[in-house]
Design a protein. Structure first.
Length: 339
């Protein structure tokens, strides 16, 4: 074999070696990816079962609270601030939130107008508008409140001067329709006319979406930073300072009944008409709660939200689960169609 043939053979061998190394590297990379994927699947499955265990713990705390008292209040075991528990190969931290310490936006899905009334905007729509105004969404508060009512009511007819129905949303890109039914999560409010990311950030701590058209705000579990809810309900009697004072001076284990609540501070000045109107939307107990847990297993992080419900104030059941989602992104409204 002459020198030229030996050179060609060496080049062929080097090319084969390069191809073999490339194939081996690709196989190793693919094998590592498959291993990582399988590991993540195992971790997520383990996180799911840990979340089920957390639900069981929350149910025990709630059932014990129902057993110990006729009211639901912030002195009970379920209301302990966010706790962190160590796990094998991870941690879990979470808290239980009263889903009746907020404005249930699904209450707007009920038939709110009295028989024969066709002109006046319903009281709860006005309450939502005032809540938005309290949180400095004054410019679009009326439009948002009435548009939400139109979004969840059971018809396709605009019943308010500022609200919009299907025709408005059909003109958007992409087009969609109103729900004409209860919302499954408060994040769906984002689809309503004039609700921007900034509005969501301001209003989220005060609203919720439970699978019921009832509005029963538990005054025993409202926090001082949620005083705007009381201001909106008792407009124009209560200022935010008055509402904060009432919640700050609340008995340790809450009020025994709504009549005791109405004997507090400025509430004694509420007219009989307004008192009668608001009383039906207040309570000292709750039936809906949410377990909000964040699980870290290995390198996998999972957010789990479980909706808990008690019909008889004895047993608690899980009626819904959601996984994922940490917060609302504040969007760039310049990329969206203007109303």
């Amino acid at each position: 074999m002459n020198n030229r043939q030996r050179g060609v053979a060496l080049i062929v061998i080097l090319l084969l070696l390069a191809v073999m190394v490339s194939i081996a590297a690709s196989m190793a990379d693919r094998l590592f990816s498959q291993f990582k994927r399988a590991s993540n699947q195992v971790n997520h499955q383990q996180a799911y079962w840990y979340s089920v265990s957390a639900e069981a713990l929350a149910k025990v705390a709630l059932e014990q609270s129902f057993k110990d008292s006729d009211t639901i209040n912030l002195s009970q075991p379920w209301a302990i601030e966010e706790q962190t528990y160590p796990l094998d190969n991870g941690t879990i931290k979470g808290r239980v939130v009263d889903m009746q310490a907020c404005f249930n936006i699904n209450a707007l899905s009920a038939d709110l107008r009295p028989q024969g009334e066709t002109e006046r905007v319903p009281f709860l729509v006005e309450v939502l508008q005032r809540l938005l105004e309290e949180k400095e969404v004054s410019q679009d508060a009326e439009t948002i409140a009435q548009s939400l009512w139109e979004y969840v009511d059971k018809n396709n007819t605009a019943n308010s001067p500022m609200g919009v129905e299907d025709s408005y949303y059909e003109s958007m890109s992409p087009a969609y329709l109103t729900a004409n039914a209860m919302l499954s999560d408060k994040s769906e409010l984002r689809a309503v006319n004039q609700v921007s990311g900034e509005v969501m950030q301001k209003i989220l701590p005060y609203i919720c979406a439970i699978p019921s058209t009832d509005l029963r705000i538990n005054v025993n579990t409202l926090k001082e930073e949620q005083a705007a809810l009381l201001v909106a309900l008792f407009f124009p009697v209560l200022s935010e300072q008055d509402a904060v004072s009432i919640l700050k001076n609340r008995p340790y284990d809450g009020w025994s009944n709504i009549d005791d609540f109405f004997r507090e501070g400025q509430l004694t000045k509420v007219s009989e008409e307004l008192s009668k109107q608001v009383k039906g939307y207040l309570d000292v107990t709750s039936s809906y709660f949410e377990l909000d847990a964040e699980l870290l297993v290995g390198d996998s992080r999972v957010r789990a939200r479980s909706l808990l419900f008690s019909e008889n104030k004895e047993n608690v059941m899980v009626i819904g689960r959601r996984f994922g989602g940490i917060g609302e992104r504040v969007s760039d409204r310049s990329t969206e169609q203007k109303g």
